[in-house]
Unconditional design. Structure first.
Length: 75
């Protein structure tokens, strides 16, 4: 069985370990969160010109009423 406890303070961990020792629990394994893999964060591509995206609906203008009508049209 595996039980995960997240403890922020080292003193709390020592208290918890002493409690486990008084209960005669000897098979306890401590895994430090320092070994956790951190996500690889990359900066975005700043060379893309966002102005090209502004005209994507120029031939088919949309408003909120058109979107609602089309979304709820269940024929």
């Amino acid at each position: 069985m595996r039980v995960t406890l997240e403890i922020a303070d080292f003193d709390e961990m020592k208290k918890l370990l002493s409690l486990f020792q008084t209960m005669k629990l000897e098979s306890i394994k401590i895994i430090s969160p320092k070994n956790e893999a951190k996500p690889n964060i990359l900066k975005g591509n700043k060379t893309i010109n966002p102005k090209d995206l502004f005209g994507i609906w120029k031939d088919a203008p949309k408003n909120i009423e058109d979107i609602r009508t089309k979304a709820w049209d269940r024929k």
